[in-house]
Design a binder for this molecule. Structure first.
Ligand code: SF4
Ligand code: SF4
Ligand code: SF4
Length: 345
C-alpha cells in the first residue's frame, strides 16, 4: 500500500460547534455501547429504547446537514431501515429484539424464514455487492454513520491498519466451524463454537464503539466483522465494482481521504483501473468526491442495462418480438451519458 497521509484539520481550526458535537457524540457512543451491551444480558427494559433511540437523533442531524444528494439519500435509507426493522416491526409484532433489551432467545423461532432470507441475501450481495448491507442497511451502519460520523477523519490509514484487515478471517473461521457443526447437531454446535462466536462478536462489536474517537467510525467493520469477510467474498465474486478511467487520474488523493474503510483507492485505480476489494462497502464517497468524475459504480443492474442497450442497438428479433423498439441515436447518446454517471447502476 502506498502511504498517503490524509489531510487533517488542525485542532485550532475546529469550530466550537464541531467540538461540542464531538463531545456529545462521544458521550452518546458510550451510552449506546453500554446500554446495548448491558441489555444484551438483561431482561427487557425501557432504557433499551433510549440507548437505541440515540442513532435516530444523530441520523436526523445527519440528514439535515448532509449536502450531497447521494449521501443524503443513503442516510435516509439507513435511518428508515433502522426505525422500521428495529422499532416499528418489533413493537407492532411484540418481538423483544436484543437492541430493545430483549434476550437473544426471545426471537421468534422462524428457522425456515430466517434461512430463506439469509440465502436470498447471498444472491442480492452477489448481484449488487456488499454495499446493499454494509453501506445502506446493516444496523451497525446506522450507529457508525450517525453517532460515529464526527470522528470519520480519525480513520487510521497506514500500512499496519491495512494489514490488520486480515484479522476478520479469524471470526469468519469460527462462524464456518459453527455452521459446519450445525449440520450434525445444533446444540453441540452452539456449545462448541456458537457461544464463542456470539460472545466474540458481541463484546468486540460494542467495545469498538468506545474506540471510534481514536480509530474512526468503521474500526470493527474494517478488521473484525465476520460478515464483512462473508459479504466481501460474495461481493468480489459477483458483479459489483467501481470502475475507473485511470488515464484521467491526477493522483490528487481525495478518494483516499474520504474512504472510511482505509482502502488505497487511488493506488487501485492507477494499478488496476478499478476498485474491486473485499473491503469496499459501497458508500460512494470516492465516486462523489473525484474531481475528474472518472469513477462509477457497476453491478448487475448496469450489466443488464448494457445488455438491453446493445440489443436495442442491434434491434434484435427477440427484442422486437418483446415489443422493445431500437433506440434512436439521440436517445442512445442520452442513455450513454446517464448510465456512465448513474451511481445506482
Ligand atoms: S462490516 Fe459488519 S458490522 Fe460493519 S456494516 Fe458490514 S455487516 Fe455491519
Ligand atoms: S472505496 Fe469508495 S465506495 Fe468503497 S468504501 Fe471506500 S469510499 Fe466507499
Ligand atoms: S479522486 Fe479521482 S483523480 Fe483524485 S486520486 Fe482519486 S481517482 Fe484519481
Amino acid at each position: 500500500m502506498e502511504s498517503h497521509t490524509p489531510k487533517k484539520v488542525p485542532e485550532a481550526q475546529i469550530s466550537h460547534e464541531a467540538r461540542h458535537i464531538k463531545i456529545l457524540a462521544f458521550i452518546s457512543l458510550v451510552l449506546f455501547a453500554a446500554g446495548e451491551l448491558y441489555f444484551f444480558k438483561m431482561h427487557y427494559h425501557p432504557v433499551g429504547y433510549i440507548a437505541s433511540g440515540i442513532p435516530i437523533l444523530f441520523g436526523l442531524w445527519r440528514i439535515i446537514t448532509e449536502k450531497h444528494p447521494y449521501q443524503k439519500a443513503r442516510i435516509i435509507v439507513i435511518v428508515t431501515t433502522y426505525v422500521m426493522f428495529w422499532f416499528i416491526v418489533p413493537i407492532v409484532f411484540h418481538v423483544k429484539v436484543p437492541i430493545l433489551g430483549g434476550q437473544w432467545g426471545s426471537f421468534p423461532q422462524l428457522h425456515t424464514v430466517g434461512s430463506l432470507v439469509f440465502f436470498v441475501y447471498f444472491g442480492v450481495v452477489l448481484l449488487f455487492g456488499r454495499r446493499v448491507d454494509c453501506g445502506w442497511c446493516c444496523p451497525c451502519v446506522t450507529a457508525r454513520e450517525t453517532i460515529g460520523y464526527p470522528f470519520r477523519e480519525k480513520t487510521v490509514k497506514n500500512n499496519i491498519w491495512w494489514q490488520l484487515r486480515h484479522l476478520k478471517w479469524l471470526p469468519f473461521g469460527l462462524l464456518v466451524v459453527y455452521l459446519a457443526f450445525m449440520i450434525f447437531d445444533a446444540s453441540t454446535a452452539y456449545n462448541r463454537a456458537g457461544k464463542y462466536f456470539y460472545n466474540f462478536v458481541t463484546y468486540t462489536y460494542y467495545a469498538s464503539f468506545l474506540f471510534i474517537p481514536l480509530t474512526g467510525n468503521r474500526n470493527f467493520c474494517r478488521i473484525l466483522c465476520p460478515f464483512a469477510a462473508l459479504w466481501g467474498l460474495l461481493s468480489v465474486s459477483g458483479f459489483y465494482r467501481i470502475k475507473a478511467d485511470k488515464e484521467k487520474c491526477t493522483a490528487c488523493g481525495k478518494c483516499d481521504d474520504v474512504c472510511d474503510m482505509g482502502i488505497p483507492v487511488s493506488q487501485l485505480v492507477r494499478e488496476k483501473g478499478q476498485v474491486r476489494s473485499i473491503e469496499c462497502m459501497g458508500c460512494g464517497r470516492c465516486v462523489n468526491v473525484c474531481p475528474n468524475k472518472m469513477l462509477s459504480f457497476h453491478s448487475a443492474l448496469g450489466f443488464i442495462t448494457n445488455r438491453v442497450r446493445s440489443a436495442s442497438r442491434r434491434g434484435t428479433p427477440e427484442m422486437l418480438s418483446m415489443g422493445i423498439a431500437p433506440c434512436s441515436s439521440k436517445k442512445r447518446e442520452d442513455t450513454d451519458k446517464r448510465v456512465s454517471t448513474d451511481l445506482l447502476c
